[in-house]
Design a protein around this ligand. Structure first.
Ligand code: DX5
Ligand code: ZN
Length: 220
């Protein structure tokens, strides 16, 4: 399975988002962190900005909704053109209904899990989703350090996905860099979000390529 690299524009310059999307044109997706200051203690951007990003991005958008009431808000991100919409398991009232709605609207449906949220309740529901996002930091901020204790959850998710024969992606987000990406890939992740590692690099295209190569060496 190929390794996908999704830089997070949380680490971009918010007055130059179009320029900073162009800077990651060699990436697989642009990861867009939507925060509402309720589900997480931070506030980023919402639908009007996302709609404009979708119009100018050279790569498909991967929306990560760290918001309350995703049942109410997530479908609009699919309608705005997100290729993938990920909502948090802890915030959704009816995750399967929401995932079905996102798919009906043409987006991939992702379910995100905070570090202390178990993956097991979703392992019988893999047919209903396209991606599991295993958060490798507590959501809310870029630049935090990778939580090693999330690796067993990635392994259990990969084992269940492999046994199911379904094409469910496993994404990791938080603290991903050249130092940590191999362990996440080895545990079974195939989609890698990196914010500070990519936007803080001397050469953004070289960093994307380096991360992709390291992950691909450990691909399942
Ligand atoms: C954190 C966000 C991440 C963040 C990752 O809540 O979901 O996408 O941008 O940033 P780094 O890669 O710097 O840990
Ligand atoms: Zn994110």
């Amino acid at each position: 399975m190929a390794a996908l690299i999704n830089p997070s524009i949380l680490s971009a310059d918010f007055v130059n988002l179009e320029r900073d999307l162009q800077a990651i044109a060699t990436a697989d997706f642009a990861h867009v962190d939507v925060m509402d200051n309720h589900f997480v203690p931070n506030l980023t951007l919402g639908l009007p900005v996302f709609e404009r990003l979708a119009k100018v991005s050279p790569v498909p958008l991967d929306a990560h909704l760290m918001i309350d009431e995703p049942d109410r808000w997530a479908p609009a991100y699919a309608e705005a053109g997100a290729a993938s919409v990920t909502f948090h398991a802890e915030a959704a009232t009816a995750p399967v209904r929401l995932a079905r709605e996102l798919r009906r609207l043409g987006a991939r449906a992702g379910v995100a899990l905070r570090p202390a949220t178990p993956v097991e309740p979703f392992l019988d529901l893999l047919a209903e989703i396209d991606m599991i996002l295993v958060m490798t930091v507590e959501p809310g901020f870029g630049g935090q350090s990778f939580i090693e204790g999330t690796l067993p959850k990635i392994r259990r998710a990969r084992k269940a996905v492999s046994e199911s024969g379904l094409d469910v992606w496993i994404q990791v987000d938080g603290g991903i860099s050249r130092e940590t990406i191999e362990r996440a890939a080895d545990a079974g992740a195939n989609v890698f979000v990196a914010g500070s590692a990519v936007y803080g690099a001397q050469s953004i295209p070289a960093e994307i390529a380096a991360l992709r190569d390291l992950a691909a060496k450990h691909a399942h």
